[in-house]
Ligand binder design. Structure first.
Ligand code: BES
Ligand code: MN
Ligand code: ZN
Length: 488
């Protein structure tokens, strides 16, 4: 687990000590520095350093004569203000924290930019700061200078909003929990270990555990999850965590989050070839996102029942593996012809979705690193959102916008039905590339009439290279979207 960060709020920028750093947001198209004391000094610094304020950049400046702003000043590039949003503050605070930690800092004073005085903006900064602390070097021997940051003070027009800090810290720490699971190698986190970690976390925060082992998975007829899981020495698991507040009536709505939990995806018998197979250790990020969101929800205690379901399996080639052409019988009763064993995510998810409905889910969001095609379509900037229910799609989109986690709606309807039509079974799991839409269409058949949103996070779950606000690896994105949905 990553270190924690103590964050305080203040209305006025106080003098910084020599061990401290003061951080300012710099926008490429507008300085926006007029509202605080010392703005002149920063304006002069910008001219001197020629810092352009590009997104994902920063500059640490050592002042020889310590002005009123202190000796060390961090300029944080935020890109054009015209494009600024929650994600800008999230990244800026994360970048400031990483600069400060790298430079061995006592206190980081982070000045909120002018015009960003809302509590949502403050929450975005706090979440970003907490997520900026995350490191995935937990298998490295600690040597040399270790990063250090003793505390952070945010200079804001909302200095009384301690509850915002508390909430956003919980959410940020939970997103870091998710990242830690996603960054684990496949060998360290097979399905049953994933289930054990979920149970440990659930015990810590008071969630109910109703997970199923592989015998129960078979007995209940979850042929999709069992079909994928049976090829591995590591047995599959169905992780189920329940948040059940005393105040919510039992017949109330049940919000279900279902996350793909493939702890390693080799492709199975339809084995993958590319060089980047190692990244498939993160093919359980949808599941880790669901569990991370449950971790936050358990602490924030909304007045609504929520269930998190993670069908977890390892997709391996072996003498026991499912083969192309095999047919699985799913929990919902539909049969699916397996054209390609590398299209395994949808096979485990369709049972997860059916199980959510069996447990009484009235609204469903599933998350999965499901297809390479969504990366071709949307790159690594936006998550693909698929839904057959406009109202529920709008609610999830609103929650994602509040979180600063961008989504883009994609089509899912019978225009694409040839992709999932089988000659000998109810459906097939693959009908040729691009197949983000085909995969979503297959899942929609299992959601049926229940309001359902599918988030294909294959492009947004993972940073391919280091960012100023994050190491290369798991991004922790989408946790905040789920938490907003459950808590608003
Ligand atoms: N887990 C992958 C999708 C993926 C690819 C996630 C790259 C993150 C980065 C999924 O199980 C998969 O293998 N999809 C294939 C399906 C196809 C071969 C049937 C794909 O999209 O290429
Ligand atoms: Mn696959
Ligand atoms: Zn996969």
């Amino acid at each position: 687990m990553s270190e924690s960060l103590q964050i305080e709020l203040t209305a006025k920028l106080a003098d910084a000590g020599k061990d401290d750093i003061v951080a300012f947001c710099v926008f490429a198209d507008a300085p926006r520095l007029s509202e605080f004391d010392g703005a002149d000094q920063i304006a002069a610094l910008l001219t001197e350093t020629e810092f352009a304020g590009d997104d994902d950049t920063s500059r640490l400046v050592h002042q020889t004569s310590s002005g009123t702003l202190g000796r060390r000043i961090a300029l944080i590039g935020c890109g054009d203000h015209a494009d600024a949003g929650r994600h800008t503050l999230h990244r800026a605070a994360g970048t400031a924290v990483r600069v400060a930690r790298g430079a061995q800092t006592g206190r980081l004073l982070f000045v909120m930019p002018a015009g960003h005085e809302s509590t949502d903006d403050l929450a975005a900064a706090v979440e970003g700061a907490v997520m900026g602390v995350y490191e995935n070097n937990f298998y490295k021997k600690a040597e040399g200078k270790q990063p250090r940051l003793d505390g952070m003070t945010i200079v804001t027009a909302n200095p009384e909003a301690a509850d915002v800090v508390r909430t956003a810290t919980i959410v940020g720490e939970s997103a870091n929990w998710t990242r830690h699971q996603a960054d684990e190698p496949g060998a360290s986190l097979p399905p049953q270990e994933f289930a054990r970690r979920a149970a440990t976390m659930a015990a810590e925060f008071g969630l109910i555990v109703e997970s199923l082992d592989s015998d129960e998975i078979q007995k209940r007829g979850m042929g999709g999850l069992w079909g994928v899981g049976k090829g591995s020495e590591e047995l599959p698991a169905l992780i189920v965590l329940r948040y059940e507040p005393e105040t919510a009536p039992a017949d109330d709505e049940l919000l279900a989050f279902v996350g793909k939990g493939i702890t390693f995806d080799t492709g199975g018998i339809s084995i993958k070839h590319g060089l980047d197979m190692w990244e498939m250790k993160s093919d359980m990020t949808g599941g880790a996102t669901v569990l991370g969101a449950m971790r936050a929800i358990a602490q924030l205690k909304p007045d609504r029942r929520v269930i998190g379901i993670v069908p977890a399996a390892e997709n391996m080639p072996s003498g026991k593996s499912i083969k192309p052409g095999d047919i699985i019988r799913s929990l919902a009763g539909f049969t699916v012809e397996v054209i390609d064993t590398d299209a395994e995510g949808r096979l485990v998810l369709l049972d997860g979705i059916a199980y959510a409905k069996e447990l009484g889910a009235t609204r469903i969001v599933d998350l999965a690193t499901l297809t390479g095609s969504i990366i071709v379509a949307l790159g690594t900037v936006r998550t693909g959102l698929f839904s057959t229910n406009d109202e529920w799609a709008a609610a999830v989109t609103a929650a994602s916008e509040r979180a600063g986690e961008k989504v883009w709606r994609m089509p899912v309807n019978d225009d694409y039905k040839k992709r999932i039509e089988s000659d000998i079974a109810d459906f097939k799991n693959y009908g040729g590339r691009p197949d983000a839409t085909g995969a979503a269409l297959l899942l929609s058949k299992f959601a049926g009439d229940t309001p359902w949103v599918h988030l294909d996070i294959a492009g947004t779950a993972w940073y391919d290279e280091r960012r100023s606000y994050a190491p290369k690896g798991a991004s922790g994105l989408s946790v905040r979207t789920l938490v907003n949905l459950a808590c608003d």
